[in-house]
Every structure is written in C-alpha cells, then in structure tokens.
Design a protein around this ligand. Sequence first.
Ligand SMILES: [Cu+2]
Length: 441
Amino acid sequence: MHRPTSKNWSRLLLVAGLLLLWVAGTAQAKVTGISGTFFDFTAKTDHISTGEGNSLLIYGYSIAGSRAQYPGPTLIVNQGDTITIRLTNNLPVSTSIIFPGHKAVASGGTAGILTQEAAPGGVVTYSFVADQPGTYLYQSGTNPALQMNMGLVGAIIVRPTGFDPAAPTAYGDASTAYDYEVLFLQTDMDSTYNELVEFGRSAEINLNDFHATYWFLNGRNGPDTLLPDNVSWLPTQPYNCLPRIHPGDKILIRWVGASRDAHPLHTHGNNFRLIARDGRLLSSGPGNGADLAVSDYTQTVNPGETYEGIFTWTGAAMDWDMYGHTAADNITLTDLVNNETGAAGPDGFDDNTYEYVADHEKPMPVTLPGIQELTFSPFYSGSPYLGGGAFLPPGEGGFNQHGGYYYMWHSHNEKELTNNNIFPGGMLTFLIVEPPGVAIQ
Ligand SMILES: [Cu+2]
C-alpha cells in the first residue's frame, strides 16, 4: 500500500466518523446471506451508490418484493440439499442464471445459449443438488459480459454435511476449521455500460471495449466496505466487507471472482493458507484434509473462480511485547494448553491473551517519534500496543476505540484502489485485529 495524502484521507475521515457509531460489538465477521432450499428471485432495475458519490443503474436480484441488491443474495445452503431458484424477470431484456460447479436443470422459459432464459415478464426455474461443500458463484447466463457488469452475480456457500455453527469447518475436515469467515465477492464495472443502458442507448455498447471505472468487494467500493451491513443510505448494497479477529483466531476467507478482470487481493499482516479452489479441497486424497494447502500473501482472483484461505494473526516473533508489558507490570503469563487444539501442553502462547511468551516484557526496539513528528491514520489509537490508547492531537485519529491493529487488505492493482479515478476507494478494506475480550459476532 502507499501512504495516502491528508487531502485524500478527508473523504475517508468522513466515513470513519461513522465508524464510531458501530465499531463496538456489532456483527462484522460472519457472512451475511439467506438460507433455505427455495429462493424466489426477481430480476429488476435499481440504482447503487459508489464510494465517491456517483449513482449507477444496475440490474439486480430481489427477494420478496424488496429492492434489487448488488451483489445478489448470498445463498447459504447445506450439502446434499436440492436447491430451487425461481427467477421472475422484470427486466426489459431476457435473462437467466447459471450455477458454475453445479449440474442445474432448468424448466420454463425459452432456450438460450447456456441455459433456459426468461423473457421480460417471464419465469424460469432452476434446480440443482448442492452435492459438494465450498464457495460458488452464480451469475447471468445471458449476455454475461453486459449482465454481470450490470450486477447479476452472487455467491453460494455450501455448508458441509454435519456442519456445527459452534465449531465450523469449511469442508467437514479438522484442517478446515475456523472461528470466523468473510466473503470477498469481487466485481468490476465499466460505468459507461450502465450509463448507456440507463439512457436507452444499449445498441452503442461495445463489449470488446471494457475499461473498468469501479471495483467492488461484496458490492461496495472502499471506503463503504467498512460500514456495517444494511446501512440505510446504501439500500441496494446490503453487504459489508470487514474481517475482524483476535490474535490466534482463524478466519476463513471466501474469494469469488465475479469480475471481468483478474484482481490480486493482498492480505497484509500475515500469509494465509490457501485450502481450496473452485469448491474443491486442496487434498492429496480422501480423508487427508487440506494437506496440499499453500501459504501465500496475495490471491489472484480470476474471473469465474473461487478460493478459500485460512488466515491467522498471532504477532509471534515480533521480538517486542505487543501489549507493552514491562517488568514493572509484574504480569505472569500462563501457557498450559495448546490454544489451537485445546490439548494439554504449552504452545508458546499465553492461554488467555495469546501473547507470545518469548516476547513478553521485551521493549520495542525503536524510539517512537513524538506526536508532532507524525501524521495519523484515522485508525491509529495513539498507541502502538494492542489494546492501548493514548493522547492524540485534536481532530486526529480516534476511531479505533479498542486499540486494535488495522491491516489494509486490498487489490494490488493500484488503479483498483480508486472510484472513478478518485483515491481511496475500489477493492480496499481492512483486517482488524481486536484485543482479546472485544466482542466479535
Ligand atoms: Cu499491500
């Protein structure tokens, strides 16, 4: 990442002010969606707001008479279930849905190139068995180069057989266990297409001439990614994208490439372990778990593909005490159990705070500059220590009330950190490492 100028931060500061309203204890670390076996979709037009204040026409899916939404509803279903989606088309053009990775059958409508299509006013029904756990894409199967750009995309999460919400796994295997999960459904948009459709000039669209102007995570541009789900001023963009964990927690990242271009998503703070691609565990054979998992710090998300990775942050081996403990604090750490497995025996970390025992009471190896020598991020608490807060000049920082660590997670294509050429924006969010004890739902 590059350091933004203070001028460019001003927009982010405005939004960050809103963070104060919600950051404590709200649900930000689970995937929001709808569950069941029957989903009644209506495709229709609506509008979205972009991070720099533009408004664009979209085609979107709606449920039960609601506004259309971007992306479509995230469908959270169970392995083995037969899933049925009825699509009513209120768009002025024919449309359809395809389910890559699933053998869907369609009934009703008229034959299209990839599947049965619903004409304007028509209805078509799709059905498939969710026979494999994992993360999947659904999308328009009709003129997808245009209709995906217009918003007809969404994600499907298939829970493994025997899924236990109290001890979740991605694939039913212990090697895929996690504490939290986050969806990164990635889309891009050439807003010229949306504008030509809105003004009735669709015939002028050249689908070979694609120049994205907007990049989205779960249907929002940065910095709107940081806001909670379902904020009233983004009525057609209900999903946020803001991973939060404590030290030692495992977060399952579900990447979905619902875009025209590939996008390299970078996880600052640590490597992740890539455990699956396209809904298939990276495994050498049945029962072996994710033994072919690979460690990486950037996942290039290709169009039409999905990936799952597990990320952990512990602060181990920083060589300084992340809590700022000194001998004068007289704090004794306890390391009697393996935090990961729960089994008896030390693992190098304090059982309660996940402090790395070997770094306990080690001072930071640099002298911190004074506050007059610094510029501040809105997310700096005033202290370099996890859970710490300290004096900040008036008007600086202060939006990080728990003293968490903010790591930028973002596309490594720097153009994709803009909204119609305005920085910051695009595929940009943060991982928040919260101190132990801060509620994350
Ligand atoms: Cu980076």
